[in-house]
Design a protein around this ligand. Sequence first.
Ligand code: FES
Ligand code: FES
Length: 156
Amino acid sequence: MNIKLRLLVNRDPVDATIDSRVTLLDFLREDLHLTGTKKGCGHGQCGSCTVLIDGKRMLSCLKFVAMVQDCTITTIEDLGNRDVLHPLQTAFVKHDAFQCGFCTPGQIMSAMEVVSDKAACTREQISELMSGNLCRCGAYPNIVSAIMEVKANGGI
Ligand code: FES
Ligand code: FES
């Protein structure tokens, strides 16, 4: 069934008539061409599709568009650009927190919430809170270091 979808994506209003069963992930990638959000497993196992929905990290492959009506969506494309990186992006580069980079957008969007989480103080706590984001390249220690640095600098 088609629905009239209205939402805010990276601060821009979006209106679309779309099948309610399309996932937010596919809508972002295929319809809005925001391909920074990656499709890994497609069923909630890897975290590569993480975006912010109303400020909270969520797996976009597990959300049908009908579930995000009137929501505010933030994707990796809204964080920085080539000239001015977001502090998390700067820290990821500095700490070598990626190799192939496929998981990186999801890691950074997930970290957006973790850097503000007062329950995440130690490396172990940050690792636990980031455990939903898999990295086949095994960049985990450096990802935690990048997040620790941003937290130490006062967050985002
Ligand atoms: S693509 Fe969404 S969790 Fe893997
Ligand atoms: S950097 Fe390659 S999967 Fe994480």
